[in-house]
Ligand binder design. Structure first.
Ligand code: DAH
Length: 499
């Protein structure tokens, strides 16, 4: 199963790849509902208001949006990344990964949408997909808002409704940058890339209106593969993974089978490329075991039944994607009530890290020729794919910061790292300060200690910041300077008292 940080159990570095993957976040989002904090930490909210009270609007990818100072929480660090579009950058590993997956879902059945705007409405990102109003995923601590109804998409599913409504093809793929406020470590970055896919059948156009026969015909036309598949659960389950009332058991089962085979073919393709690339570089495969995949029951607000796919990789199960039979209300609301189908979503960095053996998610944003140069020419020729050869590792420089929360702030939210029941303090606000001050030279930020003063009841935390650039050696003076700036910003923005 998936741990609190979403990690299955794979060993080695890749174990942590994308632990804030598509899936772990979805799992978190689908955990029991807790009340949202009223605002970001009160001092942080004040800080943002002060920054943006003079700024009535913001322009993202040449479109201008009205800013609401009560909600706006997008720093310029993040705004500057909205134009990067790594998934479209020639020879970039994220773009190469996208193209490899696209090759498994060919047109005209599947059309690709790779240029959809990152700014969406709360309706598109949440309501249209069936997220309840008090869902934790909507919190300002997790999501970048422009104003109360406009945000940077947190997932590519935000575009499902519009593409189902457009109904231009039986299937589609979306690749895009997505945005989430989150912790700092080797597999978490506030901007990453997802791919969404969907496939529908229309009762009005399939022969005799027979969806089941049509899906089976399409299933039979799909190639076979040699992977070992573990799929121990029934096609749906009344409590754990329910059939939707408007679907017959046969329909849901057929759609689920088509979904699973399609996605199995996709991972078969990816792992074939991993293997070939290893062979080319003379990397010894661990054990020559055949590729093994398992299907795990899951929950997403927008599918039922739902599954996660895990792949056996380097001695552990690695989550690869989430998927399921689309909630019928999404199709009905999109004006295509006669259609039934499936959808999936995955994180492209996680797969790119695996394809190219990229050890740190910050590398994707590097403009350093020593990184980008290693993939040049691969886009036109996948036969040239080779594992990434890391630059020499620069020394780590750890610096701790201990602080008291503002009086009256309970801070329970930070103690568990991710909880939200604590009211005002949220760790993600600290992460944001560190990113804004230090950019990409911080490798991770880890909670070391927390306690409550027995007399005053005040909460205290100690975090360890690991200053380590991917590209050069930081001097101690430089790290000290950054750390002092971080502390200053923490006081100013978060209202904490440094100890
Ligand atoms: N949107 C989900 C996430 O970001 C991923 C996902 C899961 C997409 C299941 C889907 C799906 O289309 O069916 O966590």
């Amino acid at each position: 199963m998936i741990g609190p940080r979403g990690m299955a159990c794979a060993g080695g570095l890749l174990a942590r790849v994308g632990s804030r993957s598509v899936i772990s976040r979805a799992v978190r989002q689908s955990s029991p509902l807790r009340p949202l904090p009223a605002t970001v930490t009160a001092p942080a909210a004040r800080w943002w208001r002060a920054q943006y009270s003079t700024r009535p609007e913001v322009t993202i990818n040449s479109k201008t949006y009205p800013v609401d100072a009560e909600w706006f929480n997008v720093s310029s660090t993040i705004l500057n990344l909205t134009s990067r579009k790594l998934h479209l950058q020639k020879d970039h590993p994220v773009s190469i990964t996208r193209q490899i997956i696209e090759s498994v879902f060919p047109s005209p059945t599947y059309l690709s949408y790779n240029n959809l705007d990152p700014v969406v409405t709360t309706h598109e990102n949440f309501d249209s997909l069936g997220f309840p109003p008090n869902h934790p995923g909507r919190a300002k601590t997790d999501t970048y808002y422009i104003n109360s109804t406009t945000l940077l998409r947190t997932h590519t599913s935000a575009h499902e409704a519009e593409l189902f409504a457009a109904s231009k093809s039986p299937g589609y793929l979306i690749s895009a940058d997505v945005y989430r406020r989150d912790e700092i470590d080797k597999s978490h970055y506030p901007v990453f890339h997802q791919m969404e896919g969907a496939r529908v059948w229309d009762r009005n156009t399939v022969p005799n209106g027979d969806i089941v026969a049509a899906v089976h015909r399409d299933l039979d036309a799909l190639p076979k593969h040699e992977m070992i598949i573990e799929d121990p659960n029934p096609p749906f389950h009344p409590e754990r993974n329910p059939l939707q009332p408007s679907h017959t058991p046969e329909e849901a089962e057929a759609v689920g089978k088509h979904l699973k085979r399609s996605l199995e073919l996709m991972v078969a393709e990816i792992f074939k490329r991993v293997k070939e690339s290893h062979a080319r570089a003379g990397v010894k495969e661990q054990d020559g075991e055949p590729l093994k995949v398992r299907w795990v029951e899951a929950y997403f607000p927008f599918t039922s039944p739902s599954w996660e796919m895990e792949v056996w990789y380097q001695g552990g199960w690695l989550e690869v994607l989430g998927c399921g039979v689309s909630q019928q209300h999404i199709l009905n609301d999109a004006g295509v009530p006669n259609q039934i189908g499936w959808a999936f979503g995955l994180g492209l960095e996680r797969i790119a890290m695996l394809l190219f053996q990229i050890p740190d998610i910050r590398l994707f944003w590097s403009q350093d020729e020593r990184f980008l140069g290693q993939f040049r020419g691969v886009e036109g020729d996948w036969g040239e794919m080779r594992p990434f050869v890391g630059f020499s590792r620069h020394p780590a420089c750890y610096k701790d910061v201990s602080f008291w929360l503002p009086a009256g702030s309970t801070g329970a939210a930070a103690a568990g790292g991710k909880g939200r029941e604590g009211g005002e303090w949220h760790e993600n606000d600290l992460m944001e300060v560190v990113r804004d001050v230090c950019g990409d030279v911080v490798e991770d930020v880890v909670l070391m200690d927390s306690f409550t003063h027995p007399k005053t009841g005040r909460r205290s935390f100690c975090y360890r910041v690991n200053y380590r650039s991917l590209e050069r050696t930081l001097t101690n003076e430089e790290a000290n300077g950054l750390h002092e700036s971080v502390k200053g910003e923490m006081v100013g923005r978060l209202g904490v008292e440094i100890r």
